[in-house]
Design a protein around this ligand. Structure first.
Ligand SMILES: Nc1ncnc2c1ncn2[C@@H]1O[C@H](COP(=O)(O)OP(=O)(O)OP(=O)(O)O)[C@@H](O)[C@H]1O
Ligand SMILES: [Mg+2]
Length: 300
């Protein structure tokens, strides 16, 4: 990773004068590496990819939190085979950083934070509620080595602060023209907002050749717009016959079909991502990720 990138990160995540930062600042070793999973169009496979990434990292010995940040419409737990008992609205009631009852253990190294389903108040939080929520999330940053954030689709005002603050964004798209147009729109907004992390492209529900073509088209478009950030194509994920079956029977896809073509592709994608970025410290920041989100969202 270049000095320019490190410098850009230092600029992007530099110290804040906010009173929140008066709390003891965790060292880089103590801070989680944050990955956001995003898409332009809905239904491209973000939750599927998020669940896979977090499970696999946990199986490799990392301490992982999957944050389902599609607040009010969360469903990543369906891919993990669990039924969450609590949801993130608990964090709005108290300062819960000492109370972990909102965290759902999936298996020993993996926890899940459920964003709730059918809870309209979660889709329309006030500035004060956002602020409270993000302050609580800030404390989780010190409890995990990795936080994977499954975002809502699009570039709405509740999504963008998470995206822009994340040193790494997985942009999950399908290869059809509508999904690609929406992925292009995400890249365009990241360019306009001078995003300075890394964008990883993942083309879901696609054969390898079509995925490569789609990724090349997005890359070309980003080059034309002089994207100031690195874009890296991680690969495509095949259409899976097993995934709908696993979901239908409320079973964990990877346990039921470990050799499904989509599972094999996902493992290749993870391998490529790990090879590209083996130095975790380059993606950790001096400033808390969630405090940055709070500032960017204007939820002071
Ligand atoms: N590779 C695949 N093969 C077959 N089905 C898939 C594949 N990827 C995703 N799906 C299916 O597509 C649907 C959408 O997937 P998913 O929920 O992961 O998308 P999403 O991007 O999180 O959607 P949303 O924008 O609504 O949050 C689900 O029914 C899922 O099972
Ligand atoms: Mg989803």
């Amino acid at each position: 990773m270049s000095d320019k990138f490190l410098f850009a990160q230092a600029k992007l995540f530099g110290p804040s004068s906010s009173s929140d930062m008066a709390e003891r600042r965790p060292t880089l070793e103590e801070r989680a590496r944050v990955l956001c999973i995003a898409s332009g169009k809905g239904g491209t496979g973000k939750s599927f990819v998020s669940a896979f990434l977090s499970s696999q990292l946990a199986k490799e010995g990392k301490k992982v939190l999957l944050l389902d940040a599609d607040f009010g419409l969360s469903d990543a737990h369906l891919y993990l085979g669990i039924r969450p008992k609590n949801d993130i609205s608990l964090l709005l009631k108290d300062d819960l950083h000492a109370n972990n009852s909102v965290i759902e253990p999936v298996f020993p190294q993996l926890d899940y934070l459920y964003g709730g389903s059918g809870l309209s108040q979660l889709a329309q939080l006030t500035s004060i509620q956002w602020s409270r929520l993000l302050k609580s999330l800030f404390h989780y940053e010190q409890l995990y080595s990795h936080i994977v954030i499954d975002l809502a689709a699009g570039i709405g005002s509740q999504v963008l602060p998470y995206l822009l603050s994340s040193p790494e964004v997985f942009l999950v798209t399908n290869a059809d023209s509508l999904a690609l147009l929406d992925a292009y729109a995400v890249l365009k907004v990241l360019i306009q907002k001078q995003y300075e992390g890394v964008v990883y492209l993942v083309i879901n529900r696609s054969m390898a050749q079509r995925g490569e073509k789609a990724a090349a088209a997005l890359n070309r478009a980003a080059e034309k717009m002089q994207a100031p950030f690195k874009i890296c194509y991680l690969g495509s994920i095949s259409e899976s016959m097993g995934l709908p079956e696993a979901l239908k029977h409320n079973r964990v896809f990877l346990e039921m079909y470990p050799y499904d073509p989509a599972a094999i592709d996902l493992r290749k994608i993870l391998k490529k991502w790990l090879e590209e970025n083996n130095n975790e410290f380059l993606f950790k920041t001096e400033m808390s990720y969630f405090m940055k989100v709070k500032q960017r969202g204007g939820w002071a």
